[in-house]
Design a protein around this ligand. Structure first.
Ligand code: IMP
Ligand code: MG
Length: 184
């Protein structure tokens, strides 16, 4: 575990409340998820792992190294717009994956499921492109979403209903580089 002064050196002086998931908790769980995902897709099948930027970049990088199947990596960027910090529920794809999804096993990788708006808007758009299968994998799930169009098949951790940072997750673009997940 990093000391408080090591944390402050990385955050620019800001203290964090507590480390929710340590670097080793994450590594252990991501390795398990990689084994579960490998077991789910029959040998010989090829996957398209589609990461949602920016939040999933670190998780995706670690996860794909634990999947023992042939795969391609692509990314999508979605923006939810509306005023303030409350998601309006409107989601727009601002970077559309160049990969063709038709007939492919698509694994969508999300950092955290909170209200579910992102997933509820994005999944139908991806379904329209005719993937052979479309599964959702989320590192964190807050279990606050009332209704999800698709339940994630793989969840890293059930998350506390707190604002989390680190391991890809940001607060105003800060803290994505922290190797652990913490609550602000
Ligand atoms: P949803 O559309 O409300 O499910 O939220 C999904 C997106 O909101 C995630 O991909 C994150 O970018 C962001 N988000 C939700 N909760 C948190 C949090 O606790 N910390 C950082 N980002 C979050
Ligand atoms: Mg995000």
């Amino acid at each position: 575990m990093p000391t408080a002064s090591e944390v402050r050196a990385r955050t620019g002086g800001k203290d964090i409340r507590h480390i929710t998931f340590s670097e080793s908790d994450i590594a252990k769980r991501v390795a398990e998820m990689g084994r579960e995902i490998t077991a789910y897709y029959p040998e010989g099948e090829e996957l398209l792992v589609l990461g949602l930027l920016k939040g999933s970049f670190m998780f995706l990088a670690d996860l794909v190294r634990q999947i023992e199947r042939p795969l391609h990596v692509d990314f999508a960027v979605v923006a939810s717009y509306g005023s303030g910090t409350v998601s309006s529920g409107d989601v727009k794809m601002v970077y559309d994956p160049s990969a063709n999804l038709e007939g492919r096993h698509v694994l969508l990788v999300e950092d955290i499921i909170d209200s579910g708006n992102t997933i509820n808007r994005l999944i139908p758009l991806l379904e329209q492109r005719g993937p052979r299968s479309l599964e959702l994998c989320a590192l964190l799930h807050k279990h606050v979403a009332k209704e999800l169009v698709v339940e994630p098949r793989w969840v890293g951790f059930d998350a506390p209903r707190e604002f989390l940072i680190g391991y890809g997750l940001d607060h105003s673009e800060n803290y994505r580089h922290l190797p652990f997940i913490a609550s602000l």
